[in-house]
Design a protein. Structure first.
Length: 469
């Protein structure tokens, strides 16, 4: 009932109402004014032709253009209008050459984001949300100076209720407590006046991309960041009960995160960039440290819809692999450069394996995951499903040396649309922990269910629209 109440009082309802109204107007015109259909159809063809020309002349990946051309052809007016709304400039990213892999990705990262490589005194890897929960609550309870949180989903319940109690307590003791959450991600979990509620507890809040009809809902803040004094967390875990096992959804919710101690100023800078964009009068940037003692890592991030770091960095990782590539991902719709890098790695003898959920959280999106999983299997890549429940983890391990724990899904939305973040580590000990976790899930998983020939043909057709999901 609470979610239903948030829906009718909240930010999604105007979008739904506008869509129903538009559909009703179209039906009315078709029934009541048939004499206008011919000129309306001619105007639609002209509009679609011009839109297609603009699309073909724009920068962007070819597979995205193909999907949009199909949309223009099959949806009168709406298809062309949607394409203009979805059009994004994604220029190609020149890849650096020379040096070891970590240095090359660090060079690319600095060129695109301005974030320097760093080192952590200690890194803890959490195989589940339950394992992370107590560590996070302990760190929050002992915070002295700052607690900065940036999350896609924040949901009222036992987990966030305890977090909120600690945030209020630390704010009362003088800590700088701030929260950034995504308006779309929290549309059904938080009321519209939640920032005022937090302000009454001395907690400052900023809402990412408040939903408006003129702005749409495409670009979201999908990051998971906690900065607590000299500690940072990142990964796939949101601040909601299902992520830490306090609410059962789709069986066991498998997720992962990392906790870093030491030089976490890159995470602070990333948080402050978003905070400053949302609340310009309150942004104070800090100079990033350059500590080189400890476990080397890079903070990977994407924000805007221009040139994107992750597709290039992940392609470099896959292309450089010599022995193994192990992937956790809840959603699988690979852009062509990543698909090619993985299939070429498998062709040269690299052990490439991918774990996906057995239980979907979004059935329509899961069809795409299944379609791309079949593509990988045809290329000789191993795919298994996490049969214990829903796999939400986003891990990459390459050659038992390089490890990525992040908020990035291996799909078009994470690669090209949403604000994302994560950490790339050059550390064999940490990579070994991720490999063991992957091996345990692989053994307990099961092969992907085989589809009928008709369903496989339908799934292949559906991949045409993957860039639009």
């Amino acid at each position: 009932m609470r979610r239903l109440r948030y829906f009718f009082r909240g930010r999604l309802f105007p979008f739904m109402l506008a869509a129903v109204t538009l559909a009703a107007c179209g039906i009315f015109l078709a029934i009541r004014l048939p004499r206008l259909l011919a000129p309306v159809a001619l105007a639609e063809r002209v509009f679609s032709f011009v839109t297609a020309c603009v699309l073909l002349a724009s920068e962007g990946n070819p597979e995205s253009k193909t999907a949009k051309l199909v949309l223009i052809a099959f949806l009168p007016y709406l298809g062309a209008a949607a394409v203009l709304f979805l059009m994004r400039r994604t220029p190609p990213v020149p890849l650096p050459a020379g040096g070891d892999l970590f240095s090359r990705i660090a060079s690319l990262n600095f060129r695109m984001t301005g974030i320097l490589p760093a080192a952590a005194r200690k890194v803890d890897y959490f195989e589940t949300g339950e394992a992370m929960e107590q560590a996070l609550l302990f760190d929050l309870a002992h915070a002295k100076r700052r607690i900065w949180l940036e999350y896609y989903i924040v949901a009222r319940g036992a987990f966030f209720g305890e977090i909120l109690r600690l945030l209020e307590e630390r704010a009362a003791h003088g800590a700088d407590v701030r929260l950034i959450y995504d308006d779309f991600g929290c549309a059904l979990t938080l009321p519209a006046n939640f920032p005022k509620e937090l302000a009454a507890r001395n907690i400052r809040a900023a809402v990412f991309s408040r939903m408006r009809l003129k702005k749409g809902v495409s670009r979201r803040d999908h990051r998971k960041i906690a900065v607590i004094d000299g500690i940072a967390y990142t990964g796939g875990i949101n601040l909601a009960d299902e992520y830490v096992g306090k609410r059962i959804r789709f069986g066991h919710w498998k997720d992962t995160a990392v906790r870093l101690e030491g030089d976490v100023s890159a995470f602070s800078e990333l948080f402050l960039r978003t905070w400053y964009a949302l609340r310009p009068s309150e942004g104070v940037f800090e100079e990033q440290k350059t500590d080189s003692q400890g476990i080397p890592f890079l903070v990977l991030s994407d924000g805007g819809t221009g040139a994107r770091l992750a597709p290039a960095a992940f392609s470099m990782l896959f292309s450089a692999a010599q022995k193994s590539i192990l992937l956790f991902t809840p959603y699988l719709s690979l852009p062509l450069p990543l698909l090619d890098a993985l299939t070429q790695a498998a062709a040269r003898g690299v052990d490439v394996r991918v774990m996906i959920p057995a239980v979907p959280d979004k059935k329509s999106v899961y069809l795409l995951t299944d379609a791309y999983a079949e593509k990988l299997e045809r290329a000789g890549i191993g795919v298994r499903t996490y049969t214990a429940g829903f796999l939400h983890a986003k891990n990459i391990v390459v050659d038992g040396r390089y490890a990525v724990v992040s908020s990035y899904n291996l799909d078009f939305r994470s690669m090209f649309e949403q604000a994302e973040c994560g950490a790339l580590f050059d550390d064999r000990e940490l990579a070994e922990k991720l490999e063991r976790d992957f091996a345990d899930c692989w053994r307990q998983g099961s092969p992907r269910k085989k589809r009928s020939a008709a369903m496989r043909a339908l799934l292949r057709l559906a991949t045409v629209f993957a860039p639009l999901t």
